[in-house]
Write a protein that binds this ligand. Structure first.
Ligand code: KG4
Ligand code: ZN
Length: 334
């Protein structure tokens, strides 16, 4: 009999469901919450309400388009954390009720591990051990991945996540939410060497991204005093320069992590791994550093349930299930 798992993701502002059958992803239904746009960022309370609204239709669509009947499911998986507590609660409660009603085993998934395991949805997949730079709106982590189930954090941000830095700087520049992809697009037409911003250097393999946000803010304030149209006239160059700085900070630590661990299999994951500049930098490093690099498909960079399903597949194989008394964790370590 096939092993069919329904997976649910609701940690932030995407409501998503996917079905995996014997390790093969059959679909990946994602409902993006547009309600946050007018607020310029995710409003947690609104995210929870939107998950309530979207989850049942998204799960129904995932089951229907997969061709897998409810009665043929082997397990239900969900994102336990990290994420917004109210948002997680919706997915966790739904998954528990669904599993209870159908008497199915339940699998909890760590969202950050799922981002890493998105690399196993399609081939070629990295060989173990590999280094994964996971970059999202909430996290920035350098992870040593020894197996599908064993990961270790080598370094992480001590303040803002890099996606947060992209979004906050984009907001300062007046770009609509979510700012990261908008900044990326504008950067493509700008000169990355037009302006210089400081590269923060934390000890070891940790990161810090709060300094650049402040540096950009002061830089703009100073220039806007002399020229009220400074942003409008230099928007693409500012975006390109900011993006180059953020990527340099990420790449410096990634190179260091690979050199220290002598690992040459290198992956990136998470929402910011969709960034065109970061993808280009990684490909260039492949030649310079002698790395074999892995870039997730764009649909598997940002939050999605396919990656949760992939993680659940490995946990199912290892017999790692959880009880119906489980609760979400806003902070959850790898
Ligand atoms: O992984 P994700 O979907 O959600 C979290 O778990 O946080 O990541 C979302 C983050 C946001 O900060 C968004 O602006 C950023 O990923 N992002 C990008 C790009 N696409 C998404 N940042 C820079 N360039 C992009 N192309
Ligand atoms: Zn994420």
């Amino acid at each position: 009999m096939s092993c069919n798992i329904l997976a649910i993701e609701s940690s932030c502002d995407e409501t998503s469901a996917a079905v995996i059958s014997d390790g093969k992803i059959l679909n990946n239904i994602v409902a993006t919450q547009s309600v946050h746009e007018k607020y310029g960022g995710v409003v947690p309370e609104l995210a929870s309400r939107a998950h309530q609204q979207h989850l049942v239709p998204v799960v129904s669509e995932a089951l229907k388009s997969s061709g897998v009947d409810k009665s043929a499911l082997s397990a239900v998986a969900f994102t336990r954390g990290p994420g917004l507590m109210g948002a997680l609660l919706v997915g966790v409660s739904f998954a528990k009720s669904f599993a209870h009603a159908l008497d199915l085993p339940l699998i909890e998934v760590n969202h950050m591990e799922a981002h890493v395991l998105a690399h196993f949805i399609e081939k070629p997949s990295p060989s173990f051990p590999f280094i994964c730079l996971t970059v999202s709106g909430g996290h920035t982590q350098l992870v040593r991945v020894s197996s599908h189930l064993e990961m270790e954090i080598l370094g992480e941000t001590l303040d803002d996540a890099v996606g947060e830095a992209f979004d906050k700087i984009a907001k300062i520049l007046g770009l609509p939410y979510p700012g990261g992809p908008q900044l990326d697009k504008l950067a493509g037409n700008g000169d990355p060497d037009a302006f210089t911003f400081p590269l923060s250097d934390m000890k070891g393999l940790d990161f810090s991204f709060s300094g650049i946000k402040t540096a950009v803010l002061y830089f703009l304030k100073k220039n806007l005093k002399e020229d009220p149209d400074f942003i409008a006239r230099n928007l693409e160059d500012i975006c390109a320069s900011v993006q180059q700085t953020l990527i340099a900070m990420l790449m410096n630590k990634l190179i260091r992590a690979c050199n220290e661990s002598e690992i040459r299999e290198v992956a990136i994951a998470g929402g910011v791994s969709a960034n065109s500049g970061l993808r280009k930098a990684l490909k260039e490093s492949a030649g310079e550093q002698g790395w074999k690099v892995y870039l997730p498909k764009l649909e598997y960079c940002t939050d999605n349930a396919a990656m949760v399903a992939m993680a659940a597949h490995y946990k199912y194989q290892a017999g790692q299930f959880c009880g119906l008394d489980i609760s979400p964790l806003a902070r959850m370590k790898i």
